[in-house]
Design a protein around this ligand. Structure first.
Ligand code: ATP
Ligand code: MG
Ligand code: MG
Ligand code: MG
Length: 483
């Protein structure tokens, strides 16, 4: 089943259950100081849950463009290394605003997965909130009993607050959740370890696909929970993960959401994907990173967020630079090429998201310019790094000089460390970190005095968004970013 059909089927299913199909909200948020990017389907309905607004229709369904590179949800570090977390992804969802509750939410999710999509029920596991002493909550018996009527008890697992209790913030609507996980391993592998032992354990082939949240409490300022008069349903299912299951492949990147991009990257860079024994694991990671990041960056630009030096724009710039750097280091790309992928992307996604088609030229031009300028930075940095190495006595390179390279020229420190290691040098890490700390303090006090248009953001916060990528892990560089 093609991914477009999967998306339509999901929406049509909930439409048949009297849900209104609503459009995705923008991925870039301009009017909420607490959130830069949409990171879940429920974001656009927040005011309904808070009781500040009343929806026209008490049932809604959609596919929402999400970006998880900041705050509570930051998956950037995983992206490319694993095969099922993206920066930008679509979250399919269905909502009840004070209308139906657990029974329908659970039964419909099961009906959709096992009847409409014909997923083998034996491959599915569900989780139920086990309760929490501190909050005075016991097991979510209601959900447990509903599941028990559907699925054998040994495939119902209990989960703690971390995985099975959702909260909007320190205060406000919240409630227990049930997650649905799928085991797509071979029978042989299943015989070795039972699937239930791998749920929520970061196994690439036992993954969470759907999260059903039962919003039934309000957390008061005192921390106490009170039962809500109107209970709500909020669900989210990863579209690319569902496509992986439906297309019977083992990675989101092997679905038709990604294969056209990956094909194009291979052709342009003359590289091979999916043959790590020959091409190296890094090649595969780099290709996944680029295929993922071009989506995030293009969708952001199409939403009006250009790369820039602060706020959301800086996050987008850093994502694009991460892709450029992976290409530069592992695919040997010395010329701009990521912009060329926009054509393929807009062909693939333009029907569902017309803004991509409309803004195609803008996306291409902006990405090409960014590539040009960052590739120049990398080139210059390499020359400078060479001269630093030449002037180094012994085998340890000055942390102060490495910091200058990073600070003045924007040359990534992990690349410095990688190159030094390749050439048999080490870096004076402690001094580098001291310098970095000093600079952070300078920029923090500068940031405090200037308010951005809609987002006040310290550089520290941005560093936190970016996380540590595997380049850093490879060279075992200590965490140089304050988080
Ligand atoms: P995971 O535990 O896999 O990180 P999650 O519990 O953080 O997922 P939710 O916040 O429950 O995810 O989001 C709902 C659904 O969205 C998940 O069940 C999953 O299918 C999908 N999803 C979450 N994060 C990502 C991501 N980074 N890329 C692709 N799909 C995702
Ligand atoms: Mg997550
Ligand atoms: Mg989870
Ligand atoms: Mg979840």
């Amino acid at each position: 089943m093609k991914s477009q059909e999967i998306r339509s089927k999901f929406l049509a299913f909930f439409e048949s259950k009297k849900h209104e199909i609503v459009p995705s909200a923008p991925m870039v948020i301009k009017d909420d100081p607490s959130l830069m990017f949409t990171n879940a389907g429920m974001n656009q309905f927040k005011e309904y849950f808070l009781g500040n607004a009343t929806p026209k229709n008490s049932r809604a369904t959609d596919t929402q463009k999400c970006l998880r590179v900041s705050g509570k949800h930051n998956d950037l570090e995983e992206v490319g290394k694993d095969t099922y977390h993206h920066t930008m992804f679509e979250m399919l969802g269905n909502w009840s605003f004070g209308d139906y509750f657990k029974k329908e939410a659970i039964e419909w999710s099961w009906e959709l997965l096992t009847e409409e999509f014909q997923i083998t029920p034996e491959n599915l596991y569900v989780t139920v909130f086990e309760g929490d002493k501190e909050d005075g909550l016991g097991l979510d018996q209601e959900a447990f009993d509903l599941w028990k009527a559907i699925i054998p008890e040994d495939r119902i697992l209990l989960g703690d607050k971390k995985d099975n209790f959702w909260e909007m913030g320190d205060q406000g609507p919240c409630g227990p959740a049930s997650e649905i996980h799928i085991d797509i391993r071979s029978e042989e592998e299943k015989a070795k370890i039972p699937g239930k032992d791998l749920v929520n354990k970061d196994h690439p082939h036992v993954v969470e696909i759907w999260n059903l949240v039962f919003i039934q409490y309000n957390r008061m300022a005192t921390g106490k929970l009170v039962e809500l008069p109107n209970k709500h349903i909020d669900t989210g299912m990863g579209f690319e993960r569902l496509a992986m299951v439906m297309q019977d492949v083992k990675s989101n990147y092997d679905t038709d959401v990604f294969t056209p991009l990956i094909r194009e990257i291979q052709a342009i860079t003359n590289s091979t994907y999916g043959n790590p024994e020959v091409s190296g694991e890094e090649t595969d990671i780099a290709i996944r990173v680029i295929a993922d990041h071009v989506r995030a960056v293009s969708f952001a630009i199409a939403d009006g967020q250009l790369p820039s030096n602060n706020g959301a724009g800086y996050v987008i710039r850093r994502i694009l630079r991460r892709a450029i750097r992976y290409g530069f280091t592992f695919l040997n790309t010395k010329e701009p090429f990521i912009y060329k992928l926009v054509e393929t992307l807009s062909k693939q996604m333009g029907k569902q998201f017309p803004e991509l088609k409309k803004q195609k030229n803008l996306c291409e031009n902006v990405i090409r310019e960014e590539e040009n300028s960052f590739l120049r930075t990398l080139d210059q940095g390499l020359v400078l790094l060479d001269s630093i190495i030449d002037s180094t006595k012994g085998k340890e390179v000055s942390g102060k000089k490495a910091f200058e390279l990073y600070d003045t020229f924007g040359f990534p420190i992990d690349l410095t460390a990688l190159i030094l290691e390749e050439k048999g040098y080490t870096l004076d890490q402690a001094t580098f970190e001291t310098e970095l700390q000093k600079q952070k303090e300078r920029s923090r006090s500068a940031a405090q005095t200037k308010a951005e248009d809609w987002q006040i953001l310290f550089e520290d916060d941005v560093e936190e968004f970016i996380g540590y990528d595997h380049l850093e892990a490879n060279v075992k560089i200590a965490k140089y970013r304050k988080v």
